[in-house]
Design a protein around this ligand. Sequence first.
Ligand code: GDD
Ligand code: MG
Length: 331
Amino acid sequence: MYSVILAGGSGTRLFPLSRSEYPKQFIPLLDKESLFQKAVLRACLYSMPDEIYVVTNEAHKFLVRDQLEEMDADCHILTEPCGKNTLPAIQYVVSEIAKRDPDAVVAVFASDQLIEADGRYTRAIDQACVLAKTHLVVFGVVPTSPHTGYGYIRPGAALEEGYVVDAFVEKPDAPTAERYLAEKYLWNAGMFCFGVPIFLEECKKLSPEVYAAFQKPTDEAYNLTPKISMDYGIMEKTDKAAVVPLISSWSDLGSFEALYSVMDKDSLGNVVEGEYLSPDGKNNLIISDKLVATLGLSNVAVIDTPDVLLVCPKDQSQNVGEITALLQKNG
Ligand code: GDD
Ligand code: MG
C-alpha cells in the first residue's frame, strides 16, 4: 500500500503555539514527537518509506525534511508551488504514484490528528483495503459534540466490510450538526483509502477542472486548478463512498482544551510544560519557558511563547481564531 501524508495546512487553532510559519502538525506536542511524525509512524505500519509521499508547500519543506531525518525515514517529499487545499494535493500525488503503479491502493492521512495506532486502528485500515478497489473509503468516528468543523457521514447498507455512505456533508451549520448528532451520523476522521483508478475516474467526473489542470505540468496545474478540498470536491458528490468505523481514540487537537485532555496531569489536574508555582491552581494548562505563578486561577490555559502570551479560560480556547482574526485585521 502507498501512503500519502497531507502536511500543507496552516492550522492556527493552537495560536500562539502554532503559526502559519510553524503550523500545528509540526509542533512536538506529546512524547517529543510532532503530529506529523506520528502520522509518518502510522503510515510505516503499512508502507515502506519509499512508498510514503508527503505533500507540503515551499514554506514547510525544510521542516518536513528535518522531521523526517530525525526519524531516519527516507520518504518522498512533494512540494506544491502554492496551497490549493486537499483535492489538488491528492490529485498531484496520486498522479505521481500512478506513474509507478497504476493499480496501487493509496491511503491518505491528515497530519494534524492524534490517533492511537492500536489493533482497532489497523482493523479499520485492513477493512478499508478490502473495499478500496471499488470504493472511496472514509473512516467514521462516533461524534461527541455537534462540532461544525468536521464532515458528517450517514452510513447506509452493510458491505462485506463497513457500510455504503448514504450521505456525506462537509462542515454543516450548527443546527444541522445538532440534528446529525441526534440521527447518529459519524464524523469524518479526515483519512481516505482508494485504488488509483477509482480516484482518478471520480475526480475526472466530479471535479473536472481539478482533473484537467493536472494533465499539465505541475506549476501550470497549480495555476489552473481551483482551490477545493477532497471533502467538497469528491466526497459530497460521489456515489462510490464507503465508511469503515474508526473506534480507536481519535482527536484533531483543535484547541488547547483538547490538547490538555490528552496530556499527563499532576495530582491537581495541572498539565505543566515548564515550571509552575501556585497554592491553589487546578486543572490548568501551563506552557512556558519561564516560571509561571498564579493565584486564584483554575481551569485556565497559559501559553507563553517568545512574542505572544495567551491567557484564557480553557473552555474558551476553541475561540483563539477570534484573536488571529484581530491580528490579521490590525496588520
Ligand atoms: N499538501 C497540502 N496542501 N496539505 C493540505 C492543504 C494543502 O493545500 N490544505 C490542508 N492540508 C492538510 C492539513 O495540513 C491537514 O493535515 C489535512 O490536509 C486536512 O486539512 P484541514 O484544513 O485540517 O481540514 P479540516 O480539518 O478543516 O477538515 C478535514 O478534516 C476533518 C477531520 O479533522 C475534513 O476531511 C473533514 O471532513 C474532517 O472531519
Ligand atoms: Mg484539520
